[in-house]
Design a protein around this ligand. Structure first.
Ligand SMILES: [Zn+2]
Ligand SMILES: [Zn+2]
Length: 100
């Protein structure tokens, strides 16, 4: 059993993505073939299926931002990367203020 990383092409966005040995093991264990879409597209499809995703423009970097609420005019939306950064900043801010 020599598992190697495979490069697959996403059917949805056309980008190459990595199919790792761990994923290959998972897929064969469950009797699936190779994934046809990259992780990003799969995640987006999952969120869309749940009916909880809205698209906006990230206020920080301008990339597409997928959010779980409809972006209101005055609400800034952020992509996953920027949101993680902001959340971390907020957390540290709360800590220094010593709330609670
Ligand atoms: Zn894709
Ligand atoms: Zn961003």
């Amino acid at each position: 059993m020599t598992a190697e990383e495979k490069i697959l092409k996403c059917r949805q966005c056309g980008r190459d993505f990595l199919f790792t040995p761990e994923e290959q093991a998972f897929y064969s264990k469950h009797g699936y073939g190779s994934p046809r879409r990259c992780k990003d597209c799969r995640r987006a499809a999952r969120l869309q299926k749940a009916g909880r995703v809205y698209s906006g423009v990230c206020a920080a970097c301008g990339k597409e931002a997928r959010v779980a609420f409809p972006p209101a005019k005055e609400t800034l939306v952020y992509c996953g990367d920027c949101w993680a950064q902001i959340a971390a900043e907020r957390r540290s801010m709360r800590k220094t203020r010593g709330s609670r």
